[in-house]
Design a protein around this ligand. Structure first.
Ligand code: MG
Length: 224
């Protein structure tokens, strides 16, 4: 049987998404330090991490500004800075080895990712993924959030670019809440990757949402 084509998720599959969050916080902390003048950027950064751990991501900018009494800053501007920054992130070691292996063997690859277009393309750029992956589909580009996974549209787009059928593809992701349900319905094989860090590593979902199999390193895909 012909070898299947692998289509990858991005966040927490190829690199650690928490590193993206930290990278964005660092940029915002530098900006706030310049605005607030009396505060060191590292002190602000550490406070942001503390707030994130305690309250989640959503309120970090509001809470950090109120903690340091930084009143002249527009929170929307901070959100824009975060969303548009070119992140300092690196591929997981197994992802580098896996991607190089696929390149050496001349095997085409796909990528289907959720998230705001500008953020996802900056991640693709920072990780230099265009040199490895033929079919990069940022679902947001297809018409906004309605077309994010689990919409079938981004999967179908990747299959179309790769010129393969669903039965000839494997989707690899980390989030069982949305990565596999539609991929399975379309006929793709599905693989869940479990990382040391990530928001979805302990998620338990009904069978319909579960991947066909589970791996701990992308290198397991090379061994069969
Ligand atoms: Mg993911």
């Amino acid at each position: 049987m012909k070898e299947k084509t692998i289509i990858l998720d991005l966040d927490d599959t190829l690199y650690c998404e928490h590193d993206y969050v930290k990278s964005g916080f660092a940029v915002v902390a530098n900006f706030l330090a310049a605005e607030a003048k009396q505060q060191d950027h590292l002190v602000i950064y550490k406070k942001m991490i503390e707030i994130w751990m305690e309250h989640g991501r959503g309120k970090v900018f509001d809470l950090v500004c109120s903690f340091f009494s930084i009143e002249q800053v527009d929170i929307h501007q901070l959100v824009q800075l975060y969303r548009t920054h070119l992140p300092s992130i690196t591929l997981y070691d197994d992802a580098v080895a896996f991607l190089n292996n696929q390149i050496e063997r001349g095997v085409p690859l796909g990528l289907v990712t959720n998230g705001l277009s500008v953020m996802q393309w900056n991640k693709v750029k920072a990780l230099k993924l265009t040199s490895y992956i033929d079919a990069i589909v940022v679902a947001d580009d297809l018409g906004g959030q309605a077309f994010w996974k689990p919409s079938p549209t981004p999967y179908l787009k990747a299959l179309e670019i790769l010129q393969i059928t669903a039965q000839e593809a494997i989707y690899v992701g980390d989030n069982p809440n949305l990565d596999f349900i539609t991929a399975k319905k379309l006929g793709l094989e599905t693989v869940r990757i479990i990382r040391d860090h990530g928001d979805h590593m302990n998620s338990n979902v009904p069978p319909l949402y579960q991947a066909d199999r589970q791996i701990y390193s992308l290198l397991e895909l090379i061994d069969g």
